[in-house]
Design a protein around this ligand. Structure first.
Ligand SMILES: Nc1nc2c(c(=O)[nH]1)N=C([C@H](O)[C@H](O)COP(=O)(O)OP(=O)(O)OP(=O)(O)O)CN2
Length: 181
């Protein structure tokens, strides 16, 4: 059995090295829809795979970090990155160019890590994230499955969130601890 929870964020980016000129050369934004799919080997005391409410803390924090934020590839010129870091509060520096594919793989890895380091207390089974689907526009999405995790080298510890982003995390200290493992 699979359950799905939807999230959203309004984000800006440039996707360097892609084929479309507008996409690789100009800052632009999207209203992203993120669908996260979960499964488990058993139901909890409420006959649920995972209470949707439990996704509204750390998992939502990670996805919402990208809301009203600029996602920048760490390979950008230092001058370019410094401009954003100096003039805009909400930014994320990431080791991969921010395509829909990268977001889906990155969220999959973050959510997998969060689930592995969360102790549930309502008799949940082994809850797994099976895939993450990131809709970049009304017509295009990328979906990353567990078997895709090795498609790119992406160490989530190398994703840097601005302090203003981190300061808005719910139960921030707990998430910082989880991300340190
Ligand atoms: N496989 C991918 N292709 C493209 C991505 C991506 O992340 N993965 N991203 C872009 C751009 O970011 C672009 O803004 C979105 O492109 P597109 O779907 O072509 O959007 P349009 O609104 O221009 O097209 P419609 O067909 O009108 O929806 C490009 N490609």
């Amino acid at each position: 059995m699979i359950i799905r929870k939807k999230f959203k964020f309004e984000g800006a980016h440039i996707v360097r090295n892609c084929s479309t000129n507008r996409c690789k050369k100009s800052i632009h934004g999207h209203s992203y829809i993120v669908e996260v799919f979960f499964t488990s080997n058993k139901l909890d005391n409420g006959y649920m795979i995972l209470d949707f409410g439990l996704t509204k803390k750390h998992i939502e924090n990670i996805i919402d970090s990208f809301d009203h934020a600029y996602s920048m590839w760490s390979e950008e010129k230092e001058e370019f990155k410094n401009f954003f870091k100096t003039n805009s509060e909400r930014w994320i520096e990431m080791p991969v160019s921010p395509s829909a594919e990268s977001y889906s793989l990155m969220f999959l890895k973050f959510i997998d890590h969060i689930l592995k380091h969360t102790t549930f207390s309502n008799a949940e089974g082994d809850v797994l994230v099976t895939s993450v689907r990131v809709h970049e526009t009304k017509t295009g999405y990328a979906e990353a499955f567990r078997e895709d995790m090795e498609l790119i080298e992406l160490d989530i510890k190398k994703v840097v969130f601005s302090k203003e982003v981190i300061n808005e995390w719910k139960e921030k200290d707990e998430l910082i601890k989880i991300l340190s493992f």
